[in-house]
Design a protein around this ligand. Structure first.
Ligand code: GLN
Length: 497
């Protein structure tokens, strides 16, 4: 394996800036790696070798001209296929958008390009970001690089797998109920769901608009922070974008210190349904925090136990409205338009053929929950639960600075195991959903391998809205302590592909 592909993003950027390697060499090494392993991993739906090399050449030309390079200039990245990319296919893992070439860039895409990040291609995902395993992709599943017969998490399994397979040092995901953090946890990588409104949703194909949030993924906390800074900040094209300075995430990741910090262990996350090895590694991480000088207390957030049912009313309700745009008239798939059928018939045939079973299930559920007579009983109740969850968080933050929990109840499960059991699949997001409902910031980072299966376990850190920097301060301290203890980053333990 070419050593270069194991470098962190920050080291890669420094090597490009100093002339130790060219951006084109770095890009070629990653394209070669994709060529060598992606047939097995299937992290990518589309590789844009030409566009990536052209971007890398521009970075090398800038350097040759003596222009100053940004902190991630020339570093390759894998972009979840839910962000529009001008001239490059965007499918959202759905047949509905097969062959669609967007005429515009999402704000995240644009900011990556402005930062001279090299976009290698688009990554596999559960259809329209609905799922926890990437098995709902219309283009086939992605394998977990730790064990290709297991899921890489979802919906952003492709982005996480690309990192863990050393196909890219940086990736972008989106997190509506856990789709950045859960894949990070089960692949031994780092993922952050920024504060809702912290990263623009313009050009992010909508699933559930009040929950969706794009965010950074990488193999280290510092790399994640550098990417966070590159994509975050106010965007007038997104009405929910927060017009305030981006929290000092890079500074916090460089500082990495938990002394005197008050850490709350959420009592409701644990016990029945949690894998013993996951709980064990989580408790060790809590002990570690305490040994590093944090003040650990237990906190109770009783409404969190209702987060999952509330989410599975709110998210489908919003998706039933958002996905109405796929009507076969404006763009994307069109089925049965042979001159004999009405527009309504063409729309119905297109939706029947274009959407997969999970997307249909949610549209039906959401349409039902929003229908008159049921609205108050379902959607209205779920919104009340959402308020209670936000209150639980507010009460907890009166006592602590951050909250911690396992990111997921179990390690990566075998492909196929939960594919026909939506309820079992939904449970994967038990610990991640509350922070989406309340708009808080949250991170998952590796905290070891579960003893029973030698698969990665994620530690989740949750911080109040606009205190994203706390995630990085804590995450960097934990990461450094683990690397000291293990002698290397966790991914060094991963079996070779
Ligand atoms: N797994 C959750 C769901 O299926 C979360 C998905 C996401 O965050 N995009 O809705």
């Amino acid at each position: 394996m070419n050593d270069l592909i194991r470098w962190t993003a920050s080291r890669t950027a420094a090597a490009i800036a100093s002339g130790e390697v060219s951006a084109v060499e770095v890009t070629r090494a990653h394209l070669d790696r994709i060529g060598a392993v992606d047939e097995k991993v299937h992290a990518f739906l589309h590789v844009d070798a030409e566009g990536a090399l052209a971007a890398a050449e521009r970075v090398d030309a800038k350097r040759a001209a003596g222009e100053e390079l940004g902190p991630l200039a020339g570093v390759p990245l894998a972009l979840k296929d839910v962000f529009t990319t001008r001239g490059v296919p965007t499918t959202c893992g759905s047949k509905m958008l097969q062959g669609w070439i967007p005429p515009y860039d999402a704000t995240v895409t644009r900011r990556l390009k402005d930062a001279d990040v090299v976009i290698l291609g688009k990554t596999n995902m559960d259809e329209f970001a609905m799922g926890s395993s990437t098995e709902n992709s219309a283009y086939g599943p992605t394998g977990n690089p730790w064990d290709l017969a297991r899921i890489p998490g979802g919906s952003g399994g492709g982005s996480a797998a690309a990192l863990a397979a050393f196909e890219a040092p940086l990736a972008i995901g989106t997190d509506t109920g856990g789709s950045i953090r859960q894949p990070a946890a089960v692949t031994g990588t780092v993922g952050v769901k920024p504060t809702y409104g912290g990263v623009s949703r313009y050009g992010l194909v909508a699933f559930s608009s009040s929950l969706d949030q794009g965010g950074p993924c990488a193999r280290t906390v510092l790399d994640t922070a550098l990417l966070h800074e590159a994509i975050a900040g106010h965007d007038p094209m997104d009405s929910t974008s927060i017009d305030a300075p981006v929290p000092p995430v890079v500074e916090a990741a460089r500082a990495g210190d938990v002394r005197g910090l008050r850490v709350g262990v959420v009592k409701e996350f644990g016990g029945e349904g949690y894998q013993a090895g996951v709980e064990q590694r989580f408790h060790e991480a809590v002990e570690l925090l305490s040994s590093l000088g944090a003040e650990v207390v237990e906190v109770s957030c009783p409404s969190f136990t209702s987060a999952l049912p509330a989410y599975y009313l709110i998210a489908p309700s919003e998706c039933s409205s958002n996905l109405a745009r796929f009507d076969a008239m404006k763009y994307g798939l069109r089925v049965g338009d042979d001159g004999t059928r009405s527009a309504e018939e063409v729309t119905a045939l297109t939706r029947a053929a274009g959407f997969g079973p999970e997307v249909k299930r949610r549209i039906i559920l959401g349409t039902y929950a929003l229908s008159s007579g049921y609205y108050d009983a379902y959607y209205g109740q779920a919104q009340k639960v959402r308020t209670l969850i936000a209150r639980d968080f507010a009460a907890a933050y009166e006592r602590v600075d951050v909250l911690v929990s396992p990111t997921t109840p179990t390690t990566a499960f075998p492909i196929g195991e939960r594919a026909d059991d939506p309820m079992a699949m939904y449970l994967a997001d038990l610990c991640t959903i509350p922070s989406n409902l309340a708009g808080n910031a949250a991170m998952s980072l590796p905290c070891g391998l579960a003893p029973e299966d030698n698969l990665p376990v994620g530690l989740q850190i949750i911080a109040p809205a606009m205190a994203d920097d706390r995630l990085y301060r804590v995450g960097a301290a934990v990461e450094a302590a683990f690397v000291d203890r293990w002698g290397h980053p966790l991914l060094d333990e991963a079996p070779a592909l």
